[in-house]
Design a binder for this molecule. Structure first.
Ligand SMILES: Cc1cc2nc3c(=O)[nH]c(=O)nc-3n(C[C@H](O)[C@H](O)[C@H](O)COP(=O)(O)O)c2cc1C
Length: 192
């Protein structure tokens, strides 16, 4: 099995990245081949709604995101990690999601999907919030609704969320229970 793991935080080695690295370890323990993408290191433009993809099924832009479409297509597992920024995913994560409009257009406008719909994909979102939320699910809703549509566009079953709050107070690297949970989520994602 192949997994694509996408870091949507601009901060490498901080909370989101630390959790993703544990998820990766869990996946690798089950012999999953993992490719990690650090979005902040890529140069890419946001979707400009040119609608070329509604005619061709593909995004015409040639930049560092161009290769990601094949990577989605060839993955069995997709994991996206993002901190909460103003109650949603980060701008780089959202820009990547918006560029998946070509998957949506190819399916709903062209009736000729540019992603292999016969391949089963499993999806997981890792969300991190600096604030302490009274209700985790509600607190992360601005991100999870985005992920819901993203996973639908990439023909991926949205299986799990791992939502962690209070990261501005306590670094996840100091929370053994949570690190263990992230590893186990990786194992679970590979197995189920
Ligand atoms: C521009 C910006 C907006 C933020 N908005 C929120 C927010 O709406 N809710 C929240 O809980 N934390 C918010 N935070 C805090 C981050 O979610 C928190 O610092 C998180 O740990 C960052 O993830 P990282 O450590 O992986 O980079 C915001 C931080 C920044 C820089």
């Amino acid at each position: 099995m192949k997994a694509l793991v996408i870091l949507g935080s601009p901060r490498v080695n901080m909370n989101t990245d630390t959790l993703l690295n544990k998820v990766i370890k869990g996946l690798q323990s089950q012999n999953v081949e993992v490719e990690k993408i650090i979005l902040s290191r890529l140069k890419f433009e946001p979707c400009i709604a040119c609608d070329v993809c509604a005619e061709t099924g593909h995004c015409y832009k040639q930049d560092d995101l161009t290769s990601i479409y094949d990577k989605f297509n060839n993955s069995d597992i997709i994991v996206v990690g993002s901190p909460m920024y103003f109650n949603s995913v980060t701008a780089i994560t959202k820009a990547m999601v918006d560029r998946c409009q070509s998957f949506w257009s190819s399916k709903y406008k062209l009736n000729q999907s540019s992603i292999d719909r016969n391949r089963k994909r499993k999806g997981m979102f890792v969300g991190v919030g600096g604030a302490k939320y009274t209700n985790l699910e509600k607190g992360f809703i601005g991100a999870t609704v985005v992920m819901e549509l993203f996973f639908r566009a990439t023909n991926t079953e949205y299986m799990y969320n791992m939502l962690v709050d209070n990261t501005d107070e306590i670094f996840v690297g100091d929370r053994e229970e949570i690190l263990k949970e992230a590893y186990e989520m990786g194992v679970k994602l590979a197995k189920n």
